[in-house]
Design a protein around this ligand. Structure first.
Ligand SMILES: [Mg+2]
Length: 234
């Protein structure tokens, strides 16, 4: 760990995707579920748009609507509607198609030991999820360890903007120096939380390159389990 653990800690915010579970396999299974739904209910769409084509369409929508950057649900939903419409279907079918995607998007496989680590941390500090993604913690058994979620989608602004960290602190009733934010993304999580004046812990995955400016001032750990061990040993 490259920084001492904060004293006087009163709450912890946690990123979700790639912090509590790996996101790539989840999105892959959700895109497969979406395509399977289309093959069943709108076969012409499934035939014209394979998973990659649907992904490109989603990217087009994201590019055309930079103001939706905080709302992956809307981008995905609208892109499905466009695919349906292009094949002569009612774009309102996107509701059911997205539901199939979203159900699979929430079949999450946490990293080893994460539910237990969350339980240990939650016994000591209030935990709040802070995410730019659209995972639904209420669908997860370990979601009960969280006081709630501040999502970019609902708040309207995503990380690394300091305002979403300030919203989390408002909800928790803590000052910046009393909050530790934990996440895997150096820019979104660590730089954002630091700009808001919070303590930070970086979950560094093996493939992640350390930032050019170095990691001084941030706790660097390999996993949430390691962080929980260190925080609770102190
Ligand atoms: Mg993340």
């Amino acid at each position: 760990m490259s920084a001492p653990l904060p004293a006087g800690l009163r709450a912890i915010t946690l990123d979700l995707d790639d912090t509590l579970w790996p996101i790539a396999p989840v999105i892959e299974q959700a895109e497969a579920a979406l395509h399977a739904w289309l093959a069943r209910h709108a076969p012409a769409v499934a035939e014209r748009f394979d998973t990659e084509a649907l992904r490109l369409l989603r990217d087009d929508v994201a590019r055309d609507h930079p103001d939706w950057a905080h709302d992956f649900t809307r981008i995905r939903h609208v892109s499905i509607g466009i695919a349906l419409q292009r094949c002569g279907h009612d774009p309102l079918m996107a509701d059911a198609a997205f539901a199939a995607f979203f159900e699979a998007r929430n079949m999450l496989q946490p990293y080893p030991g994460v539910p237990e680590a969350l339980a240990r941390l939650a016994a000591r500090w209030p935990l709040l999820a802070l995410t730019n993604g659209n995972a639904d913690l209420s669908r997860q058994p370990f979601g009960r360890h969280f006081r709630g979620t501040v999502s970019a989608r609902e708040f309207g602004i995503g990380k690394p903007d300091v305002r979403i960290f300030q919203e989390a602190m408002r909800r928790l009733g803590v000052a910046p120096h009393e909050l530790l934010h934990v996440g895997d993304d150096w820019l979104l999580d660590v730089q954002g939380a630091r700009a808001a004046g919070c303590h930070t812990a970086w979950i560094r995955h093996p493939h992640a390159q350390p930032p050019a400016q170095g990691t001084a001032g941030t706790c660097v750990v390999g996993s949430l389990v390691e962080l929980a061990d260190r925080l609770l040993a102190g």
